[in-house]
Design a protein around this ligand. Structure first.
Ligand code: GCU
Length: 326
């Protein structure tokens, strides 16, 4: 279906569907781009169960996976107009909607896991979750999306030198585009749901993601080299349309927030297990996993920080605040 007519079809399908309610039950649709085997899908199902329990069946969330309702960018647009109630996207997809959140796409921003935890689960995380509210997108919680590393089809990427001449799939994120350019590769934005085919058909030569996404989306069937350079830590974000949020009573808002927080704790546990399982399974399937020195990769991305300073100096205090979080 052509993109425009698909958009119109979706609009018709979803009109007034962001949040339907009769006198007893409110139904909220939640769309996302991941496959159902992925831990974030299970966390969203858990969220829906918790909210249903807390509201004694008065709020039901229906989860639509697999990009069925659109790409992450399209889902965010549907939330903005209130045609879709909720979504879970990568913080990288939110970049175009909320400039502040783009800082999470900066390569090698965090020192270690403790640093990540303190930033995302502290005051800065809360500030970032609400930073898109003025664009009708209210963040409820982060989900762990681990660390992103390169995977490639024909040869391993042992240093940034190996990225030269390769078309690397990136998310729709300026930060990601600048990062790949800084390292010497050619960035090519492709929607997540189209990536398997893009890799298979050679539209791109490589991509980058966390182990559960590499494994559950079966990209390892095409890419036999996984280089653990862990260049970025871009979390996922659970969002509700402010148009839906404002229709909820304060008590219902509290249930929704609590259900989201509980689902984040549940997801963090699933995530750890899923990373281990994914690494085991891709290795079993014949993927060659390498652990290169991170320094040359980090060296290449200094230009990304310089670009932010030039183009968006307003973000510098936030970056400093993140770096100074202990
Ligand atoms: C991660 C993230 C997804 C995103 C994907 C991507 O897997 O959880 O929300 O779509 O990266 O690379 O596009």
């Amino acid at each position: 279906m052509a993109k425009t007519s698909f958009g119109i079809f979706l609009l018709v399908l979803l009109s007034f569907a962001g949040c339907q309610s009769d006198s007893k039950v409110r139904i909220i649709k939640m769309g996302h781009a991941q496959v159902v085997a992925h831990p974030v899908h299970n966390a969203m199902v858990f969220f829906a169960q918790k909210l249903e329990e807390k509201s004694k069946g008065k709020i039901k969330v229906k989860v639509y996976p697999n990009q069925q309702l659109g790409t992450e960018r399209e889902l965010l647009e549907l939330l903005q107009i209130g045609s879709l109630g909720m979504t879970k996207v990568s913080a990288a997809s939110l970049e175009a909607f909320s400039p502040e959140i783009s800082v999470l796409g900066l390569p090698y921003l965090f020192r270690d896991d403790d640093h990540i935890d303190k930033v995302l689960n502290g005051e800065i995380g809360d500030q970032l979750l609400l930073s898109s509210e003025k664009f009708w997108l209210r963040g409820l919680c982060f989900y762990d999306a681990g660390k992103r590393s390169f995977y490639s089809k024909d040869k391993p990427i042992e240093s940034p030198e190996d990225l030269k001449g390769l078309k690397i799939r990136v998310q729709e994120s300026k930060m990601a585009i600048n990062m790949i350019r800084g390292m010497g590769g050619s960035p090519t934005p492709v929607a997540y749901g189209e990536l398997y085919t893009a890799l298979q058909q050679g539209i791109v030569d490589a991509a980058e993601n966390n182990p559960p996404s590499f494994y559950n989306s079966r990209h390892y069937e095409v890419c036999k080299y996984y280089t653990i350079d862990e260049h970025t830590v871009v979390p996922d974000v659970v969002l509700v349309s402010t148009k839906v949020w404002e229709q909820l009573s304060p008590e219902e808002q509290q249930w929704m927030q609590e259900a989201a927080d509980e689902s984040a704790v549940f997801q963090a546990k699933l995530w750890k297990e899923s990373v281990e399982e994914s690494m085991r399974e891709v290795e079993k399937a014949g993927v060659v996993i390498t652990y290169p020195s991170k320094e040359p990769f980090a060296e290449g991305v200094k230009s990304v920080y310089e670009l932010v300073m030039q183009e968006n100096p307003a973000l510098v205090p936030l970056i400093e605040k993140i770096k100074n979080t202990h």
